[in-house]
Design a protein around this ligand. Sequence first.
Ligand code: NAD
Ligand code: IPM
Ligand code: MN
Length: 374
Amino acid sequence: MRLSLARYDPAWMTLNRNSASTANGMSKRIALIPGDGIGPEVIRVAEQVLAALAASHHLPVDCKTFDWGAEKYLREGVALPAGAIEMLRRDFDATLIGALGDPRVPSNQYAVDILLGIRFGLDLYVNQRPVKLLDARLCPLKSVAEKDVNFVVVRENTEGAYAGVGGNFKRDTPDEVAVQEDVNTRKGVERILVYAFEYAAQKGLKKVCMSDKSNAMPYGHGLWQRTYADVRRRFPQIDAQHLYVDTLAMEIIRNPSQFQVIVTCNLFGDILSDLAAALLGGLGAAPSANLRPGSISMFEPVHGSAPGIAGKNVANPMAAILTVGMMLDHLGFPEEAAQIEKVVAEAIHLGMTTPDFGGRLGTREVGNWICERL
Ligand code: NAD
Ligand code: IPM
Ligand code: MN
């Protein structure tokens, strides 16, 4: 059997934060990748939000748009252009992506090349996905208040089942064998666990829940167990808990208020973050950040390109708007970030939403309302 290695070499040692920034009087430079499906619709609104804040708060941002996505791939055969990662690292402070994925490319390989290409290429090892309920009426659970759903999923973002190690043998025959390896490194597991505990400590939170499937996957997730035992000892002030991922999935629905920080592997983090988004009313309110502390980062809503609703002006732009908030917070504008969240919550309270949140407005109209408020 031929095993192939991932095509992306994380640049472990070579990353530096771009030096030109507002600290020396220059704008924060943001690379926009609208992508496919509803991506361009929600990124248009995100851009409008940035422009509104630039006008009202003198926010120094400078955006440049890149056409990476299905159209370019189908036209030119190019997914992530040569030199793209270096260019992002050199010329930008942050990247904001809409979504990637198009039914015309069933393999999805170009989207994986772009999305995982950036995550792995910039070694953005943290995928931070906040789960914060902004209006109790959106939560499908009984008797849940806003304060009951407020936790963050810290997803490992550079290895695990996403490492791209595997292969097919006797492909397309009745004897086909397919292998997709789950790659866990001591360094990779340790740095995500340390990030989760440090995040909790810095935010004054008390609880971290580590989740794995070590009862069934003793090698890979045994490493998570042993590393966790080591890391938790360094944070005696944090109440550390372990749950197997199947139990965690149940507990997130049964009693979400027990969680503050959940840390888990790449694949489980992907699944749990969509599950948890259901508590917020759906993917329309789920933002995310791909981080490497001290380095350029990439921001994207948790949702995908939603081809079924693309081009109809019905996609909820709030996840993308909240993602802009995460980006601004990360770039050193916490007040603007807080204001974005406040205005989005206000829009939801007043019913100024797209149909998925019970309203009657379109994507653009929700964007206009929020921008006027900002
Ligand atoms: P999806 O997130 O696109 O859609 C799931 C469901 O949620 C659909 O019913 C969709 O209509 C709805 N939805 C998603 N975002 C919404 C929004 N903003 N407003 C209202 N409704 C919304 O997931 P999927 O259908 O499994 O995947 C579609 C494509 O997107 C696939 O190609 C997939 O690989 C890709 N994808 C990309 C990303 C990304 O680029 N970050 C993330 C997830 C999925
Ligand atoms: C996400 C998406 C991606 C992932 C896909 C599109 C590769 O689902 O960002 O959550 O699995 O990471
Ligand atoms: Mn996902």
